[in-house]
Design a protein around this ligand. Structure first.
Ligand code: HEC
Length: 489
């Protein structure tokens, strides 16, 4: 009996925190509204040699909206296409070249002759030529640069929406930066020639914001690989870039960008172990979104604030934010965010030992996650639901749900961090051992006991470190700090 109780308690704590990990790093900006349906994309695909290829090879896993929603230069398109086609079969060099050319000419970064000339003059250090070109084309260049700023936002939104693994995301950040960063000098010169500092400030603010987000994804990546020193450094670099972006964004009165920077700073602070500071900064972002009546940002910020309060063991606040997040995201039709908010409500009730409420909210969360096809939250919901049904005395049901959760984690392991997967497996199989003991099923007990043993012998040091990971369990921070004094001077 003692043993069972102990297992359950640990599993509960983790279940509660699970839904908190790996959520939105605060840079998942909302996508542009009013996206046409995939059919209209298909119809609109321009003629050209690559059209047929795109229609047949690029529509099996996602619709064309994904493809045409952003602009890239040839290098970036080639990298994306070879990544995509590499997932179906090797040796697609010919198709890769045709499709990349086609996409670059229709969804490439098209710049006017004037802008191209300004750019190349600057590259050749011919400042007078660049300046006179700008003077001759002030109006059209101004419009074009404004368009570039919008395209940057669109591309960044697309990055933020991807639930790819951090290592995959890194490459995409590089491509994205390679596409836009070459325009930095053009923006600067345009601002000084036309005496409109706003252009350059806007560009710089966005650049710093993107770099900040990139440091954050790198930090998460290092952290997951247990390289904590590098990770903390990256969180810190990110904070510095984002702090530098804020006055620029304020100077051009871009409150939306200010809020986005604050959320990213808050995230970095929280996962560097400065949770009070992080929550304070993050709440400022929510205030801005409220003042601007920006429902989409409110939906995202409420969700994340709920998550952070759940993680930092403040269930009352967590519940309040999660309920508001669920309502707001239902209102705006953000199903993935709604599913996650409902999961947070359920997990919070679970931590408060209110099992009926927990069960009912997790049920709703599961339906919503299915509707949204959100793989990441589904595994977490199943895990939490297994814990709740145990508390309710529905032992057989609990075993079934936990087995389903484990299957989910192994099938979709790309959407989870290594830390989460390792911990969940370990907790999950231990949970199943004790559950099948209760159900008096010695065969299953034996089966899962041997899995526990296997997990323990695979890489014991790694597993032990994940079990002490303060990103998965807030209560571990103190011990973590003591064990790594050099990281916390
Ligand atoms: C085997 C399935 C599959 C095929 C086929 C596929 N994609 Fe993708 N694509 C994905 C997935 C999954 C994502 C989500 C992000 C990720 O996993 O990288 C994605 C994301 C994208 C993105 C957004 C991310 C980025 O890198 O900019 C673009 C653009 C894209 N695909 C273009 C294409 C094109 C063009 C083709 C055809 C050459 C194609 N895809 C074929 C699976 C596929």
């Amino acid at each position: 009996m003692m043993v069972q109780k102990k297992v359950l308690f640990t599993a509960c704590t983790i279940g509660m925190i699970f839904c908190t990990y790996g959520l939105l790093p605060g840079f998942a900006l909302p996508s542009v509204p009013q996206i046409p349906t995939s059919n209209s994309f298909k119809a609109k695909l321009p003629d050209g040699e690559g059209r047929q290829y795109v229609q047949t090879l690029c529509t099996s896993c996602h619709d064309l909206e994904r493809v045409v929603n952003q602009l890239k230069n040839l290098d970036a398109w080639t990298a994306t296409v070879s990544d995509m086609l590499g997932r179906i079969s090797p040796n697609m060099e010919k198709e890769t070249a045709i499709i990349s050319d086609y996409l670059t000419s229709h969804y490439g970064v098209v710049t006017s002759a004037a802008l191209t000339l300004v750019h190349s003059s600057l590259k050749q250090d011919d400042l007078p030529a660049a300046e006179s070109l700008i003077r001759e084309n002030v109006g059209s260049l101004g419009q074009e640069l404004t368009q570039i700023l919008e395209d940057m936002d669109r591309g960044f939104d697309e990055l933020g929406r991807q639930k790819a693994r951090y290592d995959v995301l890194q490459d995409k950040f590089s491509q994205f930066q390679a596409t836009w960063m070459p325009y930095e000098d053009v923006f600067r010169l345009f601002s000084s020639v036309t005496d409109q500092p706003g252009f350059s400030k806007r560009f710089q603010a966005k650049r710093l914001r993107i770099e900040g987000a990139r440091h954050t994804t790198r930090a998460d990546y290092f952290w997951d690989r247990q390289e904590y020193g590098e990770a903390l450094q990256e969180y810190d670099h990110g904070i510095k870039k984002l702090q530098a972006a804020i006055p620029l964004a304020e100077a051009v009165n871009d409150q939306k960008l200010v809020a986005a920077c604050l959320t990213n700073i808050g995230y970095n602070e929280i996962y560097s172990g400065n949770s009070a500071e992080g929550l304070r900064v993050y709440s400022q972002a929510l205030q801005i979104a409220e003042q601007r009546h920006d429902d989409v940002f409110q939906g995202m910020y409420l969700l994340n604030l709920g998550t952070f309060h759940l993680y930092t063991m403040q269930p009352q606040e967590a519940l309040d934010y999660a309920l508001r997040a669920a309502e707001m995201n239902r209102k705006i039709g953000r199903r993935t965010w709604e599913a996650n908010a409902l999961l947070n409500v359920g997990a919070t009730y679970l931590s408060l030992r209110k099992k009926e409420e927990a069960h009912s909210y997790l049920q709703k969360a599961l339906l919503k996650a299915e509707e949204a096809k959100d793989r990441r939250s589904t595994g977490r919901i199943l895990f939490n639901q297994a814990l709740v049904t145990t508390q309710m005395g529905l032992i057989e049901e609990a075993a079934r749900l936990m087995e389903e959760a484990l299957e989910w984690y192994s099938e979709y392991n790309v959407v989870y961090s290594q830390a989460e997967t390792a911990l969940l497996r370990y907790q999950g199989v231990r949970f199943l051992v004790s559950t099948y003991q209760k159900l008096k099923n010695p065969e299953k007990v034996k089966h899962y006991a041997s899995q526990v043993k296997e997990l323990l012998s695979e890489d014991p040091q790694k597993l032990r470190t994940y079990l002490e990971d303060p990103h998965l369990n807030f209560l571990k921070w103190e011990k973590f700090r003591m064990q790594h004094p050099q990281l916390f001077p």
